[in-house]
Design a protein around this ligand. Structure first.
Ligand SMILES: NC(=O)c1ccc[n+]([C@@H]2O[C@H](COP(=O)([O-])OP(=O)(O)OC[C@H]3O[C@@H](n4cnc5c(N)ncnc54)[C@H](OP(=O)(O)O)[C@@H]3O)[C@@H](O)[C@H]2O)c1
Length: 272
């Protein structure tokens, strides 16, 4: 039996990324973990090595840095590690009025969520296509399906991940490399703390654990599915976001997010 290639997971220091790493190790892959907090990834690496015996390489990197993807790719190629799996999971949100945000911080978020994700996909998928096999899993969000006021730039980065990943999947047909996009709804992680956000109370019903989301994502990726939305309520939301008039869904999302985060009380009427 051929030994399994490495699985690279970004954002593997907390939340969904930690459970994605555990899932992929259980599936038999040695790992490359990437995020900024090296101490946390080191602890996870030790746990995984103890439980599975697989090799785990920790790369503490800031993925908002302009050359981050090239540096991560160079670290893998220098060590001659063949990748079977790339999971672009690192990402975060910023909650508030866009006009009040510090643009340098917005730019850093766009780099992590969209630019580094694209560059790392290009560099790693090239290698995979040359070897004729591989899996890419890109983590978007349920926010990708609709304009979301007060998390406007974050949601737009996730809409980018949707368009980019699903189109690239088509380009890679016949290469042996598949691209799957994961669209989590609200998931119990450090996400809200980082974004400074609160979620609408009504959405509490749909919350899943990071372990559930990771398991669903990895299963869909190995089945080479185009897309997966974890959880029944999130699937229903995704359906309505796609079929209702865009002005309505924006108005509803804006209203819910404004109330949850005590943003402006005066909301504009729904656009037609
Ligand atoms: N939780 C939710 O409700 C939810 C819903 C939809 C989509 N998502 C998506 O799921 C993915 C994982 O988020 P999560 O919920 O697991 O949140 P989380 O617990 O906050 O984890 C985010 C991960 O991204 C990494 N990261 C952030 N900025 C980085 C940077 N500049 N350089 C390198 N790594 C960076 C963090 O590592 P360091 O801080 O150590 O760098 C951390 O490992 C994200 O793409 C998020 O947008 C989450």
């Amino acid at each position: 039996m051929t030994a399994k290639g490495y699985a690279l997971i970004t954002g593997a220091s907390s939340g969904i990324g930690v459970d994605l790493a555990r899932e992929l190790a259980r599936a038999g892959h040695p790992l490359v973990l990437v995020a900024r907090r090296g101490d946390r990834m080191q602890a996870l690496a030790e746990e995984i090595q103890r439980d599975t015996g697989h090799d785990v390489l920790v790369l503490a990197r800031d993925l908002s840095a302009p050359n981050a993807a090239a540096e991560v790719h160079a670290a893998i190629t220098e060590r001659q590690l063949a990748l079977d799996v790339l999971v672009n999971n690192a990402g975060y949100g910023m909650q508030g009025r866009f006009l009040d945000m510090d643009f340098a911080a917005v730019e850093a978020m766009i780099r992590v969520n969209a630019i580094t994700l694209s560059h790392l996909t290009q560099l790693c998928a090239r290698d995979m296509a040359a070897r004729g096999r591989g899996y890419v899993l890109n983590v978007a969000s349920a926010a990708a399906f609709l304009p979301s006021p007060y998390v406007s730039a974050y949601a737009a980065t996730k809409s980018y991940v949707l368009g980019f990943s699903e189109a690239l999947r088509f380009e890679l047909q016949g290469s042996g490399v598949s691209v799957t996009t994961l669209y989590p709804g609200i998931t119990r992680t450090e996400f809200n703390q980082v974004a400074g956000a609160r979620t609408p109370a009504i959405m509490d019903l749909s919350i899943l654990s990071a372990a559930q989301v990771a398991q669903i994502g990895v299963r869909a990726m190995f089945r080479r599915r185009r897309a997966v939305v974890p959880g029944v309520i999130n699937k229903v939301n995704a359906f309505f976001s796609g079929v209702l008039p865009r002005g309505w869904v924006t108005w509803m999302a804006g209203g819910l997010l404004a109330r949850a985060n005590a943003a402006p009380k005066e909301l504009p009427p729904p656009a037609r």
